[in-house]
Design a protein around this ligand. Sequence first.
Ligand SMILES: [Zn+2]
Length: 124
Amino acid sequence: MKIPKRDVVKFVVKSVLSKKSAGTQQELSGLVNAELRKVDPDYSVSGKRLREIALTISEVKIEVRVRKGGTPKRCPSCSSSLKKTWDRNLRGRKVLRDLICHKCGYRGTTGRWSPSKYGFSMKK
Ligand SMILES: [Zn+2]
């Protein structure tokens, strides 16, 4: 197994997504690895590394879907710091409403904090 260079992965991600959006990280990984293997059959990139690289491509939009889970301190998908928004409940106490990451598009809301699916597409 060979690890392709970052720039190679970036290039392939853009070319793959310009033809077709990917609804999940697994789908993107399948499409990208298929392209990489046309260049070198030993090339392989993991889903996690792929997502980290995709985050650095300004033309790529990542949509993060969430499900129930514990409240994270930092962004669960890219480890950046999160912006919090608050609501007040009936007793006037502050309750956490949203956690928003400006880096990767993660947005958790009221108890649904865990990323479950990532969608990838080119920005219009
Ligand atoms: Zn993030």
